[in-house]
Write a protein of this length. Structure first.
Length: 164
């Protein structure tokens, strides 16, 4: 059984980004989006025209400064490899934890259709039923799309934080 990570979150977070479950590479390095081909960090930093720092601690600090919380829908699952399609026996995180830790959350962004589907299926009752929810294209290299296109589709994260 694979286990997920604790959330990256601060009480001031206004936006929650949810993936499905850390990849094999992420689990190995104990970092969210630890696979070098995953575009998550490049997208997040590009939203604000910044370079991705090499140090993971600086990346997570940037999320907190931007009032972004990061977690996964699943706390645990069985999975061969990293593909979401291989997930078996999924167990959802307890979202009361993040709701209590981040009382100012206003929106949830899913990092893939699979994350959104798993959330809808497994998180009952939905503790974030009143929050705006948006599904974004996966930052995984398995979701083939030009970086510029993916970045433009992730722009609502920045727009939400800067205009709401």
């Amino acid at each position: 059984m694979l286990k997920g990570f604790s959330p990256v979150a601060d009480a001031d977070a206004r936006v929650l980004i949810l993936g499905t479950m850390p990849s094999v590479a992420s689990i190995r390095v104990k970092q969210y989006y630890g696979h070098p081909q995953n575009a998550f960090w490049k997208i997040i930093f590009s939203l604000w025209d910044r370079q991705v720092p090499a140090e993971y601690e600086h990346r997570t600090r940037f999320l907190i400064e931007k009032r972004i919380a990061l977690w996964d829908v699943l706390s645990a699952c069985e999975r061969e490899g990293s593909a979401d399609s291989n997930i078996k026996q999924p167990a959802a995180n307890d979202f009361n934890i993040i709701a209590d830790k981040c009382p100012m959350l206003e929106a949830v962004f899913f990092n893939s259709q699979n994350a959104a589907k798993l959330y809808k299926r497994l998180v009952v009752p939905d503790v974030f039923s009143s929050l705006k929810k948006t599904t974004l294209p996966s930052t995984s290299p398995a979701r083939a799309m030009k970086f510029e296109k993916k970045l433009s589709l992730w722009m609502p994260v920045r727009d939400y934080l800067e205009h709401n």
